[in-house]
Write a protein that binds this ligand. Structure first.
Ligand code: SF4
Ligand code: MSK
Length: 665
């Protein structure tokens, strides 16, 4: 990687907007994660990195070396047990984070159904579909009445003690459900699964790494097919299921002439209220009074993804850029709720006019301002927050907005959109996707999900994605990974011609979709479970998820949630490859995750630190499935004739190449 002149923070950074910003005098005065990593000056602890440091009781901490008798735990715990316990606790923590987010969304959904929020039930078609799944009567009933019953049933599922109660699991392919039953891991309510996971990894309880991971799998399933899926579906019903829209991304979305308010975190209830209030006459008038044209809302991290997917609100930055967004000096307020919010933020802005505003009683920070977001009074809470930001506008001092760094993206690819886009408005279906996989135009499907961090090169996502699409693999992306790919220009329909292999490019060009589809936030990985299930149901690609030419990665994972997500994919039959995992301190446990799990779930974990090799491993995994399905033989490339093009074009989305979002949200 090239080193930027004058910027000693930039030698490991390939992201152009970040490099530009860090070269400015203003940003050079700010201490960021890049400085903190450098000044730590010591390598990460080998035991922590390898997963064999245990501090589960006060006889430790114990650092274990596999195979060395003098280096097992005081209690006798071995490396495989300790690595498994740590890994399983990571899953439990990730599942808990998704769950607490999901519970808030369900509570907000119930409040909306009761008319206690400024929101309304928007997607009635989806409400009816999910209500039917929950065996709720819909005939002749008002949408709010149905929503209330659905919300109450959903809320009860978090604490269900019985495996027959997680309604969403009924959506999984029958073979996956059978496998879960056979292995005794059909999930119960996520509260129970997380608690049992924490208990079983307490000192002196479950000491068999395979048995520990059975509960790890069960816990992850209660997240993926339970709380995360509930959160995504109920959020869609309340705020609308995403459809394709154009927007813009990167630090250049900040505006000179508007009050810049960035929204960071995960739960869209707050951000949705801010979207409403940003257009309130009183707020716009107040903004004009201080000399601004209005409020420029911009997203950060997964809250950014939520309002990007549904409203086309621009995204200023992802996880790794949260400090950069502030280092512009051009943000009047950063409003945060839960998860992935770095404690450094108030320090970054300590000599600026920017306020960091925490809004959730569960997530307060030293040196931030707290304005409690009350879901029952969310309009007024959002107004109070925006008034605060408006008051800061005139105090904006030295600043630098990297205006040249702003890219177009097309987003909004919910599972329904993919269905509708490829299958047609009136007969949505995965048939064309399956057919294009069978005929080889599309080699397979890959998910690139998860976070970013500062340990490995920041271009891993784009390296992997470019290699995949060049080889005709359709990429579905979520979370901060999706934003990284958007910033590198892979989320426009035009990117297909430039970067995709001929088969994938032909399909994308015909339908008008990008070769990398933005599917949502990190909680929305549940959309991918449904997409895989639909591919199985459509037929021609095997009887269950294990047979699909599909594979996932979260290369730059940072959050515990990414491990929970990885495990729910593996437990559901989809192979996943990360760049690193804290398991290598135990060969026995590593071997179990990579090979042993395949015997149980038909899919396993893998690791590969080099992004290009990782992409090649993903392609090899896809090819392996194609071979097993007997669809690996080279087929003559059939070019679309006019009739075939017309047929596909009649199915393309009117909004795919236009509309929505952008700067005029
Ligand atoms: Fe050490 Fe065992 Fe206690 Fe862990 S549980 S800290 S290995 S004594
Ligand atoms: S925000 S969990 S850094 S994707 Fe969902 Fe991004 Fe990972 Fe947080």
């Amino acid at each position: 990687m090239a080193k930027s002149p004058g910027c000693n923070k930039c030698n490991e950074i390939t992201e152009a907007s970040t490099r530009d910003l860090l070269n400015q005098d203003l940003a050079k005065q700010v201490r960021t994660a890049y400085d903190r990593i450098e000044s730590r000056g010591m390598a990460a602890c080998l035991f922590g990195s390898g997963g064999t440091c245990c501090r589960n009781c006060n006889m430790g901490p114990c650092q274990i070396i596999e195979g060395v008798e003098s280096m097992i735990g005081v209690c006798g715990a071995t490396a495989d047990t300790v690595a498994a316990r740590n890994f399983a606790r990571t899953i439990a923590a990730g599942a808990a984070a998704h769950t607490d987010h999901a519970r808030e969304m369900v509570r907000g959904f119930i409040a909306t159904a009761k008319g206690e929020t400024p929101h309304e039930i928007k997607d009635v078609e989806k409400l009816h579909k999910i209500a039917e799944l929950y065996e709720i009567e819909i005939e002749g009933r008002d949408k709010n009445e149905i929503a209330l019953e659905l919300g109450e049933k959903a809320l009860a599922e978090f604490g269900s003690q019985d495996e027959s109660f997680l309604t969403m699991t009924k959506r999984a392919p029958q073979k996956q459900q059978d496998q879960w039953k056979r292995n005794g891991i059909t999930p119960r309510g996520v509260d129970r699964e997380v608690v049992e996971m924490m208990h079983r990894t307490h000192m002196g309880v479950d000491q068999d790494h395979k048995n520990i991971m059975m509960q790890g799998a069960r816990c992850s399933l209660s997240d993926g097919w339970g709380s995360s899926m509930l959160s995504t579906e109920l959020t869609d019903i309340m705020f609308g299921t995403p459809v394709p829209k154009r927007s813009i991304i990167d630090l250049g979305v900040l505006r000179e002439d508007m009050v810049n308010v960035t929204v960071h975190g995960h739960e869209p209830l707050l951000a949705e209220s801010l979207c409403l209030v940003a257009e309130d006459d009183e707020i716009v008038a107040l903004a004009k009074k201080v000399g601004a044209k209005g409020i420029n809302l911009a997203g950060v991290c997964c809250t950014g993804n939520e309002i990007l997917m549904r409203h086309g609100v621009p995204v200023a930055g992802s996880f790794i850029q949260q400090e950069m967004v502030l280092a512009t000096g051009a943000v009047e307020a950063m409003v945060v709720d839960v998860q992935c919010v770095m404690q450094s933020l108030p320090q970054v802005v300590k000599s600026m006019h920017t306020d960091i505003i925490t809004t959730n009683y569960r997530a307060k920070m030293p040196d931030a301002i707290h304005i409690q977001f009350e879901e029952h009074d969310s309009y007024n809470s959002a107004k109070a927050i925006l008034k605060h930001a408006i008051n800061n506008f005139k105090k904006r001092g030295e600043h630098y907005i990297p205006k040249d760094h702003k890219l177009d993206i097309v987003v909004g690819f919910s599972h329904e959109t993919i269905n509708y886009m490829l299958g047609g408005r009136f007969r949505g279906s995965y048939r064309p996707l399956n057919d294009n996989i069978i005929n080889g135009r599309i080699r397979g499907v890959a998910a690139i999900v998860g976070c970013e961090h500062y340990k490995l090169s920041d271009d891993a996502h784009v390296t992997i994605a470019k290699e995949l699409i060049k080889n005709n693999v359709l990429v579905l992306a979520t979370g901060c990974a999706a934003q990284a790919l958007g910033r590198r220009g892979l989320m426009t329909p035009e990117a297909a011609a430039e970067f995709a292999g001929p088969g994938l490019a032909e399909v994308c060009e015909t339908v008008g979709m990008p070769p990398v589809l933005h599917v949502g936030s990190c909680v929305d990985n549940s959309r991918l479970l449904i997409a895989l299930t639909e591919m199985v149901k459509e037929g021609g690609l095997g009887d269950d998820i294990t047979e699909l030419p599909a594979v996932g990665t979260a290369p730059l994972w940072m959050s515990e949630k990414a491990v929970a997500i990885g495990q729910y994919f593996v437990s559901s039959g989809a192979h996943v490859i990360f760049q690193d995992l804290p398991i290598e301190g135990s060969k026995v446990f590593t071997e179990y995750l990579k090979e042993g799990m395949k015997e149980v779930f038909g899919a396993g974990w893998d690791t590969e630190s080099d992004p290009l090799k990782l992409a090649k491993k993903m392609i090899a995994a896809i090819d392996g499935k194609r071979e097993a399905l007997g669809i690996n033989k080279k087929q003559d490339r059939v070019l679309y004739d006019m009739a075939m093009r017309r047929d596909l074009e009649s199915k393309s989305l009117p909004g795919a190449g236009c509309g929505g979002g952008g700067e005029s949200h």
